[in-house]
Design a binder for this molecule. Structure first.
Ligand code: NAI
Ligand code: MG
Length: 366
């Protein structure tokens, strides 16, 4: 059956980078005979301008019906002063919530040609290829009770709660072990089991899952403070890491900076598996709508192009096609083409469009 793809370019450079992804999708349809049924929709500020809401019921329904959603970015100064509940970012939060996307995959890879872009020494990061899996709908960011209270003596008290139930730990655990199984069969679960009971439970459940369902995957554990240190000291010791929502927020941003450029980082967010094992899924670059360079044909489209590669790999089980895209990107960079954000001395500075075209040309050669 045709693969149902919903494309939501969003705002700012989201529109520009998604136009380049369309070229890659067209190439896959033409050359690899993949049937896509593509719908395009509005989200964020561009949706607010037309419908008065950053996420319309039609777009949400299309997302729920799609096999995968590809998103650019939302937001921009034009909509900064809107009321809180119609801000562009609310549209993004709502679609993630409605789709039940509890697993956030953030790869951090350092392509050989870009190892100099990192602030760390070349030998520490060259060839880095790790995957951080962040639990996205539970943990400290969602736990109840929460709030700010005033006590009878006038003292104010702010509090949040770290909560996970066993089903929540098991479902993120299964995604993590599955990922590890598809990569190098090594999973590191990050917790703070020396201080936080909730993460003692997390660790126990990970151990149980490994024993009962994934004996072929090697499981290790690390405290989050040590994990932060190890990520900067020697990131290549890791392969797949899985962790609690806030820990993952912090660790994935830290890992992102190991790679040196926001314009290169893809992501995937997955929901619960249905009876056929298919998961709702949304793929998007880590970066935002970059108002400072929007409309100038300057943005790096590679993060969004590689998000589409993740879509092929994780939603459509097309590892060979995903590899093709990733190799085409590597070759373009090896050939010396750079958008402004990843510019290096002696390399050719090119536009968003030229970068997209170059990836397609490389695909033709592979
Ligand atoms: P941003 O990621 O849009 O930009 C940060 C800096 O990185 C800017 O200097 C930008 O030019 C540069 N940059 C980002 N992506 C790039 C690319 N592909 N190629 C070249 N350079 C790139 O983050 P910022 O400035 O904090 O937010 C701008 C707007 O985007 C805000 O409205 C914010 O709310 C929204 N935003 C949306 C996100 C999303 O849709 N997932 C995520 C982050 C921010
Ligand atoms: Mg963050």
């Amino acid at each position: 059956a045709a693969k149902k793809l919903l494309i939501l370019p969003g705002d700012g450079i989201g529109v520009e980078v998604m136009a380049q992804v369309r070229r890659i999708i067209d190439w896959m349809a033409r050359k690899r005979k993949i049937e896509f049924e593509i719908t395009e929709g509005l989200i964020g500020g561009s949706s607010y301008d037309v419908h008065g809401t950053p996420l319309s019921d039609e777009t949400l329904a299309a997302a729920m019906a799609a096999d995968a959603v590809l998103l650019g970015a939302v937001g921009g100064p034009k909509w900064d002063d809107l009321p809180f509940d119609v801000k562009p970012e609310r549209g993004l939060l709502k679609i993630r919530k409605e789709m039940g996307l509890f697993a956030n995959l953030r790869p951090a890879t350092v392509l050989e040609a870009l190892a100099d872009a990192s602030t760390l020494k070349n030998e520490v990061v060259a060839g880095l290829d790790i995957m951080i899996l962040r639990e996205l709908t539970g943990g400290l960011y969602f736990g109840q009770p929460r709030g700010i209270d005033t006590l009878p003596d006038g003292t104010r008290k702010g509090y949040n709660t770290l909560v996970y139930t066993t089903p929540e730990i098991q479902r993120i655990g299964r995604v993590a072990f599955d990922l590890a199984r598809k990569r190098n069969k090594k999973l590191c679960s990050v917790d703070k089991a020396n201080v936080l009971e909730c993460t003692v439970l997390w660790r126990e459940e990970m151990i149980k899952l490994q024993k009962e369902e994934f004996p072929d995957v090697e499981l290790s554990h690390m405290y989050v403070d040590n994990a932060a240190m190890q990520l900067v000291r020697n990131p290549k010791q890791f392969d797949v890491m899985v962790t609690e929502n806030m820990f993952g927020d912090i660790l994935s941003d830290c890992a992102a900076m190991l790679t040196g450029s926001l314009g290169m980082l893809p992501s995937a967010s997955l929901g619960e598996a249905d009876a056929q094992g298919r998961r709702k899924a949304l793929y998007e670059p880590v970066h935002g709508s970059a108002p400072d360079i929007a409309g100038k044909d300057m943005a790096n489209p590679l993060a969004t192009i590689m998000s589409f590669a993740m879509c092929l790999r994780y939603s459509f089980d097309m590892a060979a096609e995903a590899d093709l895209i990733e190799n085409a990107v590597k070759n373009v960079l090896k050939g010396g083409l750079r958008t402004a954000d990843i510019m290096q001395p002696g390399k050719a500075k090119v536009s968003t469009t030229v970068m997209g075209e170059a990836v397609v040309r490389e695909l033709d050669k592979l």
